[in-house]
Structure formats: C-alpha cells, structure tokens
Design a protein around this ligand. Structure first.
Ligand code: ASP
Ligand code: MG
Length: 485
C-alpha cells in the first residue's frame, strides 16, 4: 500500500507576514476534518493585509486544494489559459493550491504510437522496446503542460512553478509503464505553498528505485492528483474534466442520466473498474484508503461563475466516505464494458487443482480474467468452466490453454467475442433484497438473453450479446427509477 510521509504542515506554522497576490493571508489553513471550533482560529499568523482587529487571526475557510486538469482541459493554449483562471480563483480566495496536469489531449497516444511503431527487429512478431525508454518518452507530454500552465499563471501575476515527478520526489516501484506510487515527499511543496507559491505538477509520472522516470499507466494523472492530495494532506482534490460530474450512467446512451451529487468510494471503485471511464481505478483505490474527498467537476464552465469557488459544495460530484451520504439509493449507477469475450472449457476433470492449472498460466501471461463460472458436476467426475477476458486477449488465452491442455485435461474449448458486461452498482444493495431479480425481470421483458452473472455485495454484473448493450443499459437505468427526479 502506498506510504506517505507524515503531515509536513505541523512543522511549518506561519511566523511572518504572509500575503498572497490577493493581499490576503495565504498561510496554512486547518484541515476541514480537524476538530477545530467554528469561526476564526487564533495562531501565530500575522497578515499585513488584514484590518488591525483581525491580525493574529486566520480564516478557517482557507484550505489546501489539489486541482487536477485532464487532457481535454489543457488541449491548447487557450484552454490552458482558462485553466489558469480556475487556479487563480482558488488562489485569490486565499487557498493553498497544488495543480496536477495531464498531457494535451491526444499527445500521450501520439507518443505511445511513436514507441510502438519503431521498425521491428527482423523475425520478431512485435516491436521490442525497453519499458524505461517508453516511460522517458511518454512522460514528456505532462512536462510540457506543467511548464505552460506555470507560465500562464505567472502572466496573471501568480507565483507558480512547474515540478516533474522526480523533483518532488514521487517515488514509485519498478514496474515501468504501470508503476505504483510508494512515497511522496511533500515537504518542499508545502513550504513553498506557505510562501504563496502554486505548484504545477506533471501528472502520470514519478521516479523508480532505478532512479529513472516511471509512468503510472494510462489515465495515471488522476492517481498522481489523489496521491499528492493524500501526501500534502489536502482538504480536497478536484478532478477537472470535460464532464461536469459522475452520472447515473453514460448520458450518450441514456439522455435521462442524472448527475450524482455524491458517490461512495466503494461505488466509484466498482463503477471505474466496471467501465465508467471518468477516473483511473487506482486513483479511486487511493482516495478510498486515504479518505481523500474528491470532486469530479468540469473545467469548461466559466471559472468565475457563481458558486464555482464554493469551498464545501462546488458544482460536481463528490466521491466520499459512505458515512457522508445521507439519503442512500438502492442503486447508484449502471456501468458497462464493451469488448468482452467468453471462453468455455468443456468436460474438465472435477478434481482439486484444475482451476489452478487453468488460471495460473493465464495470469502468468498477464491475461486479465474477469467473470468465472464453474458448473456443478452432474456425475462428480466432469464439469464445465466459463470465464471472460477482454476480446483483445482471446487469441493469446486460447494459445495458453492449448499449450497447457494436457495439464488441465479438458475436452473442447469454445470462445465468443463481442460481448458486453452491464453492471448495476449501489451500496444500498447490501440491505435490500430483490435487486438482482428486478434486473433479470426487466431484461427478460426486453428479450435480452443473459450469458453469465456475477455478483458482489454492492454490484451485479451481467454478460450479454454486444448488440443489446444500449437497450440493456437503458432498461436497467429505468427499472431502478434512476431516470426519475
Ligand atoms: N496523459 C496520460 C494518458 O493519456 C495520463 C493522463 O492523462 O491521465 O494516459
Ligand atoms: Mg483521464
């Protein structure tokens, strides 16, 4: 599990006159979660900008905020300027701000393509490349946007500087291309934030134990932002994107989808894992473990529109602890994942070790197996096993299975591509019966055949034929009343 340094703030109470560009005190605010009495807090901060009677007092409403901007939000210079206005709004309100940026949209794809399209070595079936060089190349997109945003902020009179992952340092493990953050030393950034400087951090990257740049997997800037928010003990992590929150389902499929006000960490984890693309799965795991209150919100709204700077209730969806959600619905959302494939092994021996013989070699080949269904044997000797993998991995999986046929001992293998997994998610399911039955009935009424089902405490996943995906999503969305109110 990620390890973060202890809160560096404790060492850095403001001892001097300390005003931000707005003329207000920018010294450290209290964590909103810290047990502080309401109103003003007295401490050693002396702000020259305040009237005499407020000297020695700092506003409790000041906070430490991490703002993350995705690729579409920084797609061109004009949008970067717009992002700078969002940042300025929070700085002017007196908050301490660290910003995390993605590469301009399309940039990372272009860089990845360059790596993958290097001429192949003669005879090789895929291009060979060193994952450490892949990281050196693809991490460059974020380096550019961090510098550009720092310049945009400076041009607005804001003290800002860019940071690359290694400079902070964001330490990762050695898994180049899909590294995990292990430790963040936030002390330097915290000190500078105390002096009124905005940190603009390149997302998606850190530094591995081999002292080389490591990237965090596609979509990894979300994870950078949440990890930095945890490392800096920020009050809030705002993920700015091209949608204005998390919806009950994909609005492109169901126009009646509603924006959710709050989603529990666990639900968001399921939604992200089951196909909702709004946040990288790993970022939600981190937010859950470190209890980082995370807002998903839009960068395309006017930065100075009313309510945009609201400290407690900014527009968007709050991802938070389930205790914060008062009125819990039974079902929160419907997610879907396309391009699933089903593989069935027929007439396997029904004895200990068979599953291990199947899934061991698949795991070693990095094939991500999802739903697993094993039939109860009719006569105690033979059984069937069905599981799903991403469509793109089917051929590889079939090869692994046939290489291990003797060890596994099956009769025939069948496969089908182009399937879709539709999932119903909600923590309210824990305490309600009949949620699955409602889904099955609604799908049956539309004549949609179910190929496999898996459930957990808070989700039901159903595998169906690809062409029924949209109908199934709309049907499930309305059968739980998600399209109402
Ligand atoms: N630029 C990286 C990507 O496209 C990281 C990110 O945007 O989150 O995957
Ligand atoms: Mg993203």
């Amino acid at each position: 599990m990620a390890k973060f340094l202890p809160d560096p703030r404790q060492k850095s109470a403001c001892k001097r006159t300390n005003t931000g560009p707005s003329g207000r005190c920018v010294c450290r605010a209290y964590s909103l979660k810290a047990p502080q009495p309401a109103g003003f807090q007295k401490d050693r901060c002396f702000s020259a900008g305040f009237p005499a009677f407020l000297k020695g007092i700092r506003f409790k409403s000041m906070a430490r905020i991490v703002m993350k901007f995705g690729g579409t939000s920084v797609a061109n210079l004009e949008r970067i300027h717009n992002v700078a206005r969002h940042v300025k709004r929070e700085v002017d309100a007196g908050h301490e701000v660290a910003v995390v940026v993605s590469a301009m949209s399309g940039k990372t794809n272009e860089l990845v393509d360059w790596v993958q399209n290097m001429p192949k070595v003669a005879g090789a079936d895929s291009p060979f490349y060193d994952a450490r060089e892949y990281d050196a190349i693809v991490a460059s997109g974020e380096q550019v946007t961090s510098g550009l945003l720092a310049i945009a902020l400076q041009s607005m009179g804001i003290n800002a500087r860019s940071w690359q992952g290694w400079q902070i340092a964001i330490k990762t493990d050695n898994a180049h291309g899909a590294a995990r953050i292990q430790e963040i030393d936030g002390s330097d950034i915290v000190r500078r934030m105390g002096e009124g400087q905005v940190a603009v951090v390149a997302g998606f990257q850190g530094i591995g134990p081999d002292n080389r740049i490591a990237t965090l997997g596609r979509g990894g800037s979300d994870t950078s932002a949440v990890a930095i928010a945890a490392g800096l003990k920020a009050d809030r992590c705002d993920i700015y994107t091209d949608v204005d929150g998390v919806y009950t389902t994909d609005p492109r499929i169901e126009p009646k989808a509603r924006r959710l006000k709050k989603v529990a960490f666990e639900e968001m984890l399921e939604m992200a894992s089951l196909g909702a693309k709004v946040l990288q799965v790993r970022s939600v795991e981190l937010a859950m473990v470190h209890k980082v209150r995370t807002f998903v919100r839009s960068s395309f709204e006017d930065p100075d529109a009313p309510g945009m700077g609201d400290l407690l209730n900014p527009p968007g969806t709050l991802i938070c602890d389930e205790d914060e959600i008062v009125e819990q619905e039974v079902v929160t959302g419907i997610a879907y994942a396309k391009d699933e494939a089903q593989i069935s092994l027929r007439r396997l021996a029904d004895r200990p070790g068979v599953s291990a013989a199947i899934f061991g070699p698949l795991a070693e080949s990095h094939i991500n197996v999802d739903m697993i269904v094993q039939n109860i044997s009719e006569d105690g000797t033979r059984t069937d096993m069905t599981f799903t993998v991403p469509s793109g991995d089917v051929d590889k999986a079939l090869r692994v299975l046939s290489d291990n046929k003797d060890k596994i001992g099956y009769d025939v293998v069948q496969s089908e591509k182009g399937l879709v997994k539709v999932s119903v998610i909600g923590i309210g399911m824990r305490s309600h019966a009949g949620v699955a039955a409602t889904a099955f009935r609604a799908l049956a009424e539309k004549g949609i055949n179910i190929k496999a089902i898996t459930t957990s405490e808070i989700k039901i996943s159903i595998l169906i034929d690809g062409p029924y995906a949209e109908l199934a999503v709309r049907t499930l969305h309305s059968c739980y009343g998600l399209d109402k109110n």
